[in-house]
Design a protein around this ligand. Structure first.
Ligand SMILES: Cc1ncc(COP(=O)(O)O)c(C=O)c1O
Length: 392
C-alpha cells in the first residue's frame, strides 16, 4: 500500500519505544534494567480482582450507559469532593477507558481551529499528539518550566496566555519532573489564568494524585477558586492501583462539557468495559490500603537517585516530590540526551528516556523512572553513575 494512504503523521511515543527496547532485550535473554516506563510493579489489589470476577460471573458483560455506571460515578465524585474539587458531582463525571481517553475526549470537545493550548514543558509525551489528533487546527504553545526548580516560569507563562488561549494543561504530580505544585503556586497559577485568559479551561491531569509521597500534598486545581468552575479534572486507576492494562479513567467537568464528552464517548467507545467498571468500584471501597508502603519505596528510590546525583558533579537533580519519575540534568556530561540514553543502553544495559521526548528544548535531561524494584533500581542508578564517571 502506498504510504500516502496514511493521512496522519503521528510520532511513536518515545516512552513506549524505550519499553519495547527493554522487552526485546529481555526476550533475547540479555540483561537489562529498565528505568524507562512508568508502571507500578505491585499487583492490582485483590479486592478489585475479586469484584471483577464476580461481575463477570453475574453477567456484567453488556453495555453500560456511555457516561458510566451510576455507582462508579458516585464514588469518583465522592473521592474528589473530599479533596475540595468544586465540580465533583456524579452528573459531571464521565468514565473512560483510561485517563488518556479522558484527556483526548476533553480536547476534542473543547478545541476549535485557531484555539491555543498552553502546555507547561517538559510534559507528558501524549499531550502534543493528542491536540493534533483532536483538532489539527489548534495551536500548541509550549511554555518551559524553570530549569533550576521546575516551577512555572511566571513571566513566560503570562506571555503565553491570552484571548486565544482555550486550554491550559496542568499535571501534578508531574511526569516527567516529579514536581508538585505548592498551594501558593496553585493559587498564583489560577489567578494568572483567570486574569490573562478568562475564557480558558484548565485540564488538570491528576492521574498520579495518590502518589504525592514527598511531603507536599496534592492541591487539586479543581479546588482553586478562580478556575474551579472551568477545570476539567482527569484521573484514573492505572497508577494508584497498578491497573495500567485495565484501561479505566474518568473526567469531571462542567455540566455542558461533561454532556458533550458523553456524546463523544457514545460514538467512539459506546462505554467503558462494564465488568472493569464494577472492579473499579471495589478499588474505591478498598481505599488506599497498601499504598503507603509503595509511597515509602518511591521516596527511598528518589533518595538513592538524589544522593547519587549530589555526589557526582556532572549530574544535577531537582529532587522529585511525587509521581513515578525524576528528571535528571546530564548537561555536565557534554552528551545530548538521545546520545546519553543510547550509550547508556549500549554500555551498561540501562534504559532511560531522553528528555527531548517531553519538550523540544530539554535535550540536556533524561527521565528516570522510579518503578523498578528497589534493589534493581539501586543497581541501575549505580551503573548510570559509573557510566557518567567513565566519560572523558
Ligand atoms: C501524565 C499522564 N497522564 C495520563 C497517563 C495515561 O494514564 P492511563 O493509563 O489512565 O491512560 C499517563 C501515563 O503514563 C501519564 O503519565
Amino acid at each position: 500500500m502506498s504510504p500516502a494512504a496514511v493521512a496522519l503523521d503521528i510520532p511513536v511515543a518515545a516512552t513506549l519505544r524505550t519499553g519495547a527496547i527493554a522487552r526485546a532485550r529481555r526476550a533475547r535473554g540479555e540483561p537489562v534494567i529498565s528505568l524507562g516506563l512508568g508502571e507500578p510493579e505491585f499487583a492490582t489489589p485483590p479486592a478489585v480482582l475479586e469484584a471483577t470476577r464476580r461481575a463477570l460471573a453475574e453477567g456484567f458483560t453488556r453495555y453500560s450507559s456511555p457516561v458510566g455506571l451510576p455507582e462508579l460515578r458516585e464514588l469518583i465524585a465522592g473521592d474528589l469532593r473530599c479533596r475540595g474539587v468544586l465540580l465533583a458531582e456524579p452528573g459531571n463525571v464521565v468514565v473512560t477507558p483510561g485517563a488518556k481517553a479522558a484527556m483526548f475526549i476533553t480536547l476534542r470537545v473543547l478545541l476549535r481551529p485557531g484555539d491555543e493550548v498552553v502546555l507547561l514543558e517538559p510534559c507528558y509525551v501524549s499531550y502534543r499528539p493528542q491536540v493534533a489528533l483532536a483538532c489539527p487546527g489548534a495551536v500548541v504553545r509550549g511554555c518551559d518550566l524553570r530549569r533550576d526548580d521546575f516551577a512555572p516560569d511566571w513571566p513566560a507563562l503570562a506571555e503565553c496566555l491570552g484571548p486565544r488561549t482555550r486550554v491550559v494543561v496542568t499535571n501534578f504530580p508531574n511526569n516527567p519532573t516529579g514536581r508538585m505544585l505548592t498551594p501558593l503556586e496553585l493559587s498564583r497559577l489560577a489567578r494568572l489564568v483567570a486574569e490573562r485568559a478568562p475564557g480558558a479551561f484548565v485540564i488538570a491531569d491528576e492521574v498520579y494524585d495518590r502518589l504525592d509521597w514527598g511531603g507536599v500534598r496534592l492541591s487539586p486545581v479543581g479546588a482553586a477558586a478562580p478556575v474551579a468552575d472551568r477545570t476539567i479534572t482527569i484521573g484514573g486507576l492505572s497508577k494508584r492501583c497498578a491497573m495500567t492494562g485495565w484501561r479505566i479513567g474518568w473526567l469531571v467537568a462542567p455540566a455542558e462539557v461533561a454532556a458533550a464528552a458523553g456524546l463523544v464517548q457514545q460514538h467512539l467507545n459506546t462505554c467503558t468495559c462494564t465488568f472493569i467498571q464494577k472492579g473499579a468500584c471495589a478499588a474505591f471501597a478498598a481505599g488506599d490500603d497498601g499504598l503507603d508502603a509503595y509511597r515509602r519505596e518511591l521516596d527511598e528510590r528518589a533518595w538513592v537517585l538524589n544522593e547519587t546525583a549530589r555526589a557526582n558533579d556532572r549530574l544535577r537533580l531537582v529532587p522529585p516530590q511525587g509521581g513515578l519519575f525524576a528528571f535528571l540534568d546530564v548537561s555536565g556530561t557534554g552528551l545530548a540526551a538521545d546520545d546519553f540514553a543510547a550509550r547508556l543502553l549500549e554500555t551498561s544495559s540501562v534504559v532511560v528516556t531522553p528528555g527531548n521526548a517531553f519538550g523540544r528544548s530539554w535535550t540536556d535531561h533524561i527521565r528516570v523512572s522510579l518503578c523498578a524494584p528497589t534493589a534493581e533500581f539501586r543497581t541501575g542508578v549505580s551503573l548510570l553513575d559509573r557510566f557518567v564517571r567513565g566519560l572523558p
